[in-house]
Design a protein around this ligand. Structure first.
Ligand SMILES: [Zn+2]
Ligand SMILES: [Zn+2]
Length: 335
C-alpha cells in the first residue's frame, strides 16, 4: 500500500514525509483493518514531524483523524463496509488506576494513533475495534475527519473548563478546534469571545456569529467565566488568565507549549482562578461529541489533499493558511 512515512532521521526542511510503498498491515485479534477514506491533519502531527514530541518509532505513518471502511475482521457490530472513525486515543491497557477510575485519557500505557503506532496517512490502517467510533451520517468522509480530534478534543476542552449554560467563554487562538467548539457553545447559549492574531482568522470567527472578536493584544470587554487556549504558546495562556473573573478556569488545548512565561500570582491566579491542561480524550467524549455534531449538523471547512500531497497538507497547517482543516484523501479522484 501507499503511505506517507516520517523518518525520525529526516533532515530536509519542510519535506517531513516520504511517500512510499509499504506492506499492508496484517490483521490481529481485536483489531479491524480499515481502508482509509480520509485522514485529517492535526497540529499534533506537526509537533510529531518537527520533533516537539520525541520520536518513538524510527519510521512512522502519522495521522489520527481517520475515517475508514472496515475491510477485514467483520463482527456483528462492525460488518464489512461499515464506516467508522479512529482518533488520537488508539487504545488503553484498561487496568491501570486511571482506567479503573474513568480517566482512560490519562492511561499509564496508552496507544496514540499516528504516534506510538501507525496512523492514517496511508491507504490502509489497523485499528483496535473497541477504539473505533460511529460517525454522523450525512457528512462526507473529508468533512467528518476533522471532527475526530479537532472536534472531540475541542469538546473535551469545554468540559475541562467546566463550561455551563449561558456563560461567557473566551477562545484564545483560532483554528479548526476552536471553530468546531463554537456551534456547541452557541447551542448552550454561551457568549463567545475570540482573541486571535491574523485578520482572516478574525473575519472567519466573526462570520460564525460570535459575540466579540479581538486582536491578540486586546482583552475581551467583559470578564470571562471560562477560557480555552488553542495556540501552542504560554503567552496566550497568560492573556487568557488575565481575562478571567474570580473562580474562572483556563483550559489549555495543546499537547505542547513553547514555554510558560513568569506571571504575577497575586494579580492573575489569586481568587481561585485555575489553569488546567487538556490531555487526550475518552471514548465517552468521542461518542458524546459525535452525537452533538450530528444533532447540530456541524460541518467543518476542509481543504482536501491527495496522499502524495501530505507534506503540503502539513505545511498548510504550519502556515495557518487554511481556515478549516487540511484533510488527506488517499484515493481522491479528480472531480
Ligand atoms: Zn490504563
Ligand atoms: Zn489531534
Amino acid at each position: 500500500m501507499k503511505a506517507a512515512i516520517f523518518l525520525s532521521t529526516h533532515t530536509t526542511t519542510g519535506q517531513f514525509l516520504e511517500i512510499k510503498d509499504v506492506p499492508r498491515p496484517e490483521l490481529k485479534s481485536g483489531y479491524v483493518l480499515l481502508r482509509v477514506l480520509a485522514c485529517g491533519v492535526c497540529r499534533t502531527d506537526l509537533h510529531i514531524v518537527e520533533r516537539d514530541l520525541s520520536p518513538i518509532q524510527s519510521q512512522l505513518i502519522p495521522g489520527h483523524q481517520i475515517v475508514g471502511e472496515v475491510v477485514e475482521s467483520a463482527t456483528a457490530e462492525l460488518p464489512i463496509g461499515t464506516r467508522v472513525g479512529v482518533s488520537w486515543m488508539g487504545g488503553v491497557d484498561g487496568d491501570c488506576w486511571y482506567c479503573r477510575h474513568e480517566m482512560e485519557n490519562l492511561c499509564d500505557k496508552p496507544t496514540f494513533t499516528g504516534y506510538t503506532v501507525n496512523g492514517g496517512y496511508a491507504e490502509y490502517v489497523l485499528a483496535r475495534a473497541d477504539f473505533t467510533f460511529p460517525l454522523p451520517v450525512g457528512l462526507d468522509d473529508a468533512h467528518v475527519a476533522p471532527l475526530l480530534c479537532a472536534g472531540i478534543i475541542g469538546f473535551r476542552s469545554l468540559r475541562v473548563a467546566g463550561v455551563e449554560h449561558a456563560e461567557r467563554v473566551g477562545l484564545f487562538g483560532f483554528g479548526s478546534s476552536a471553530s468546531l467548539a463554537i456551534p456547541v457553545l452557541q447551542s448552550w447559549k454561551c457568549e463567545v469571545y475570540v482573541v486571535t492574531r491574523g485578520q482572516s482568522h478574525r473575519d472567519f470567527a466573526a462570520s460564525l456569529g460570535v459575540t466579540w472578536v479581538g486582536r491578540e493584544e486586546e482583552k475581551p470587554p467583559v470578564e470571562l467565566d471560562r477560557a480555552i487556549t488553542f495556540a501552542p504558546s504560554g503567552k496566550v495562556v497568560v492573556s487568557a488568565l488575565a481575562s478571567l473573573r474570580k473562580g474562572g478556569v483556563v483550559a489549555i488545548n495543546a499537547i505542547h507549549l513553547d514555554q510558560m512565561p513568569v506571571f504575577d500570582y497575586d494579580k492573575l491566579l489569586w481568587g481561585e482562578r485555575q489553569i488546567r491542561s487538556v490531555a487526550n480524550m475518552t471514548r465517552q467524549d468521542a461518542r458524546d461529541f459525535m452525537k452533538i455534531a450530528q444533532d447540530l449538523h456541524i460541518s467543518p471547512q476542509v481543504t482536501v489533499f491527495p496522499l502524495d500531497g501530505a507534506n503540503d497538507a502539513l505545511q498548510a497547517v504550519k502556515q495557518e493558511t487554511e481556515h478549516g482543516s487540511a484533510v488527506i484523501v488517499p484515493r481522491a479522484r479528480e472531480k
